[in-house]
Design a protein around this ligand. Structure first.
Ligand SMILES: *Cc1c(COP(=O)(O)O)cnc(C)c1O
Length: 385
């Protein structure tokens, strides 16, 4: 059975061109980029190239790129790095719908005495800029608000948020892991001081990411060791990963416009067909300000996990809004923050597409979804069909 992979917000397939670029760095060009000999120097050149490729995608200076071990590290390094550089300020502003890499980090910092304010979202998953304005003050060390949400695809008004932060002189970090590679970036004249991105969300390898740090933004590294990354991130570089990420950035830049319009058409086709064929289905999140590849759909009165299991029997990979942890089915914190009713939040499914999806695959899913939903509704104790 063929796998139909519609879980690209969880991770993506490494592009063939990326893999080819990485391969020689394992057994052929395995030198340490910090070495004085030319064998290491050749490897250093590859890292410099990757830094330029990442900077080109983001529209920033190569010197503003810090390679990390992924999105999670970038988020931690940004928030903790700013706090350490401004010890007198004790307040962090974020949102209720962040990825756990930001949310759990902030809640842990709260346990250590920081004041954390989590902005609410409305039913579309959007924040209220006035709530942010009301909470910015002299004590605020950092604002961290994601560029686009991983569960719903909702895109936040980053330029407005950043402008407001700037008028208060507060550093602004954005987790842009889901946005980079899907929407265009030009950070050179944009009011954001730090962003996080992750290789494996844009057809690069896992375990490598970038923290963009605007020139002049002071952060204290949270790991100490060698002088790598201009003293901003110690540790011998993950050279194959960095080279792969660089190539993935180059590909994303080349393909973004053409591929994303195609992906958006497929996403819209899937979404519209499901709404038409499956009763009591609704889209979660702002339909206008949304990533082109993501749809999050609630099916009332049935369990997301059950839908996933039946999809899996057809070889279709998607993800559900609830995380089955320690035996208790908790609906997603994102959907809960949006006020999605319990019965709908439990039955939510996220389809996230990529450039590798075909129309044939989408047609197959469109054919199977009503069969799955009707079957589960017949079993549901809540509904008479
Ligand atoms: C995947 C993801 C992360 C974590 O990135 P890793 O590289 O897996 O650590 C952080 N934020 C968002 C929004 C993500 O989707």
């Amino acid at each position: 059975m063929k796998t139909i992979y519609l879980d690209n917000n969880a991770t993506t397939r490494v592009a063939d061109e990326v893999f080819a670029e990485m391969q020689p760095l394992f057994c052929e060009f395995y030198g340490n980029p910090s070495s004085m000999h030319s064998f290491g120097g050749r490897v250093e050149k590859k890292i410099i190239q990757a830094r330029h490729q990442a900077a080109a995608l983001l529209g920033c200076e190569p010197a503003e790129i810090v390679f990390t071990s992924g999105g999670t590290e970038s988020d931690n390094a940004a928030i903790k790095g700013i706090l350490a550089a401004n010890p007198a300020k004790r307040k962090i502003i974020t949102t209720r719908v962040e990825h756990p890499a930001v949310l759990t980090t902030c809640r842990e910092l709260e346990r250590h005495g920081y004041i954390v304010y989590e902005l609410a979202v409305d039913s579309r998953g959007q924040i209220d800029i006035d709530e942010l304005r009301r909470n910015l003050d002299d004590n605020t060390a950092v604002v961290s608000i994601m560029w686009a949400n991983n569960e719903t695809g909702v895109i936040f008004p980053i330029e407005q948020i950043g402008g407001l932060c700037r008028s208060y002189g507060v550093p602004f970090h954005s987790d842009a892991v889901q946005a980079v590679g899907k929407i265009p970036f030009n950070l050179s004249n944009f009011p954001v001081d730090m962003i996080s991105l992750s290789g494996h969300k844009l057809h690069g390898p896992k375990g490598v990411g970038v923290l963009y740090v605007r020139k002049g933004t002071k952060i204290v590294p949270f790991m100490f060791g060698g002088h790598q990354e201009s003293g901003r991130r110690a540790g011998t570089e993950n050279v194959p990963g960095i080279v792969g990420l660089g190539k993935a950035c180059e590909l994303a830049m080349k393909n973004m416009q053409h591929e994303n319009s195609r992906v958006k058409l497929l996403r819209d086709k899937l979404e519209n067909a499901i709404l038409k064929t499956c009763p009591n289905a609704t889209i979660n999140g702002d339909k206008v300000n949304r990533l082109p590849n993501t749809t999050n759909i609630s099916f009332e009165f049935i369990e997301g996990e059950a839908i996933l299991m039946l999809l899996d029997q057809y070889g279709i990979c998607a993800s559900s809004g609830s995380a089955c942890s320690s035996g208790s089915l908790e609906p997603s914190h994102v959907l809960r923050a949006m006020g999605v009713p319990f019965t709908a939040a439990h039955g939510s499914i996220r389809f996230s597409l990529s450039i590798y999806n075909t129309e044939q695959e989408i047609d197959f899913v469109i054919e199977k979804m009503p069969i799955i939903v009707n079957r589960l509704r017949q079993l549901s104790p809540f509904v008479k069909v």
